[in-house]
Design a protein around this ligand. Structure first.
Ligand code: HEC
Length: 125
């Protein structure tokens, strides 16, 4: 009988604790859950960099097909001030690191607008 009481009490203890632990864990994960997807973040970029990431205005760099690593590094540089541009500094201020990564991958997977000049082809000069 004594054993049953002890078991019941310890079970009660476990079951009251579990929801607390679970609540704490989901609270901890919250920042990740709120990071927007690349597609979502890119909605903020279309005004300048165009819907398809291939802006035709020369002052807005093309992003479609850009390497994700390069683009992520550019965004980090705007954020920490290594690269100075008032417009882009304002844009990245509102983005988390995860969101910058997501949007970089999003553009990297878009049909590329980037091209490399063929140095063997003199007609391109
Ligand atoms: C209001 C216009 C505007 C908006 C909106 C904007 N950009 Fe830009 N972006 C620019 C300009 C201008 C530059 C060139 C800045 C420079 O000379 O460093 C630039 C440069 C960049 C570069 C560097 C490209 C390279 O080849 O080095 C990246 C990456 C970039 N933007 C990503 C984004 C992303 C991602 C968003 C949306 C979250 C965004 N931009 C929204 C105007 C804008």
């Amino acid at each position: 009988m004594k054993k049953l009481i002890i078991t019941t009490i310890s079970l009660l203890f476990v079951f009251t604790l579990v929801p607390c632990v679970a609540a704490e864990e989901s609270g901890h994960d919250e920042p990740k859950a709120t990071a927007r997807s690349g597609e979502e973040v890119a909605k903020q970029c279309v005004a300048c960099h165009a819907e398809d990431g291939n802006s035709i205005a020369p002052n807005f760099p093309r992003l479609a097909g850009q390497h994700a690593d390069y683009m992520f590094h550019s965004l980090i540089s705007y954020k920490n001030g290594d690269r100075k541009n008032a417009i882009m500094a304002g844009i990245v201020a509102a983005l988390s690191e995860k969101e910058m990564k997501n949007v970089s991958e999003y553009y990297a997977n878009m049909g590329g607008g980037l091209s490399v000049i063929n140095i063997d082809d003199e007609s391109s000069f």
